[in-house]
Design a protein around this ligand. Sequence first.
Ligand code: 48F
Length: 253
Amino acid sequence: MIRDVDITKLIIEKFAEEFLKNIELDVAIVGAGPSGLVAAKYLAEKGKKVVIFERKLSPGGGMWGGGIGYPYIVVKQGHEVLEEAGIKCIEKQGYWIANSIEAVAKLVATAIDAGAKIFNGMTVEDVMVRDGRVCGIVANWSAILQANLHVDPISIEASFVIDATGHDCNVAKIVEKKYGLGTPGGKIEGEKAMWADEGERKTVENTGEIFPGLYVTGMAANAVYGSPRMGPIFGGMLLSGKKVAEIILEKVR
Ligand code: 48F
């Protein structure tokens, strides 16, 4: 016989058990788009305790819809990151094409298989700062925020925090407002108009630490540094996620 309350108990117990195991982290990643997912995979497979906090129910960010809702993405650089995740890529005229649904599903699966956790439906609304260094995130249920309820959030410690929130660079915005950033102008420049070639190159170049303890990857990196957007080409996102993982791994060696 199925008892309804058994289901309730099993869900609550399992979530509480998993959540409590993950309130002191090596790396907290905000946003489960392609850059966050790739960063999580490379960090977790090196044994780091990594959690991605994703405000939506579904991880994948802006990758699901490919370009204008046609489920294909194009890659010029970084196709090996897709292939490592088992994503089929077809080469054409010096580009690689992959199905966006397969790409998201397999990037999510490889991050989880490497040992990363994803807590979905959670929005990061603030950070913790001690002695001038970001040392954790502050999160609440997205549903609570959407309902505009006055409910306080909770805190999670992390040695490193990665802003992988895409065009909005939401974590960088919080830190900019409260402290200023460690970037040359100390502020968010805002992303520039579409230019795939330059945008792809800059995404990787801009990846790195923008405030002690806070790193930026993916489209958020271009938004912070005033570099172009690039539309449905994703190699820069993949290589930026890999680069931020390598920078952090170098620091904790
Ligand atoms: O936007 P998103 O896919 O970021 P990305 O990894 O990739 C960008 C590309 O998808 C595309 C592009 C390619 O050329 O330009 O836009 O840089 O994923 C960002 C994720 O962060 C989540 C959001 O729901 C999305 O899934 N997110 C944003 N703000 C928060 C957040 C927040 N405050 N807390 C938790 N998750």
